[in-house]
Design a protein around this ligand. Structure first.
Ligand SMILES: *Cc1c(COP(=O)(O)O)cnc(C)c1O
Length: 222
């Protein structure tokens, strides 16, 4: 496993317009530096504390993506620091993001995370909760929704494809509906095991961890 080769091989296999996010959770800054030297400028973290500590110690020209579940009491720590929050999934979280970004007089760029497989164990809004969130986004002055994100259920290729298609349909519908403070620019879906299928079905932002950095081991105090 070689990070440089992994990145080059992924970049060769995806269209230019697809953004590759290197998911660097549990990885050290030295490991991330290798990816940075390969030209990677988008890094994804799923924990607020880990993102903040890396933010302080890493290059300043990096786009940070908060891809994990975001608790309301932690929004204040990432406000102004992340390029994109991928995990807006409730009106209560929306209100907190609005409040914290109002405090710093900036606009948050967020994706709505959809629990497309309706899994109990997963966060994300259910399709029927979308309408209220979208409507409330229209009332915001400091939040801009720029797309959708999903983590699909484990399954075979055919099942993966179905969930990616369901996401793409919601994406296209919202785009056509033209809601205030909502633009459908990014469809964030696809990870190490399924990103090629995701791109075939319309993803333009993929989040790759193990496919870049190798197997993840969750015990290094980060
Ligand atoms: C960890 C993680 C990924 C990357 O998963 P890999 O299988 O390592 O590519 C993508 N998205 C989210 C939300 C994650 O938490």
């Amino acid at each position: 496993m070689n990070v440089v080769e992994n990145i080059q091989s992924i970049q060769r296999s995806i269209p230019e317009e697809v953004t590759l996010i290197a998911v660097s959770k549990t990885r050290t800054l030295d490991e991330m530096e290798v990816a940075y030297q390969c030209g990677i400028r988008d890094f994804g973290e799923n924990k607020v504390q880990e993102l903040i500590s890396k933010y302080e110690g890493f290059h300043k020209d990096v786009n940070w993506h908060l891809i994990g579940h975001l608790q309301r009491n932690k929004v204040k720590y990432i406000a102004g620091k992340v390029a994109l929050i991928h995990s807006l999934d409730s009106v209560r979280l929306l209100r907190e993001i609005e409040k914290q970004y109002q405090n710093i007089d900036m606009k948050a760029r967020v994706l709505i995370q959809i629990n497309i497989g309706r899994e109990e164990s997963k966060t994300g809004a259910l399709a029927e909760e979308l309408e209220e969130i979208i409507q409330q986004v229209g009332e915001c002055n400091h939040v801009e929704v720029v797309g959708l994100m999903a983590i699909i259920p484990r399954g075979d290729e055919e099942e993966n494809r179905k969930y990616f298609r369901d996401m793409k349909m919601i994406f296209e519908r919202l785009k056509a509906e033209n809601h205030k403070n909502v633009s459908m620019e990014y469809l964030s879906m696809g990870m190490t095991g399924d990103y090629q299928i995701a791109i075939e079905e319309g993803s333009n932002m993929i989040r790759i961890g193990e496919g870049i950095f190798g197997r993840r081991i969750y015990n290094n105090n980060l």
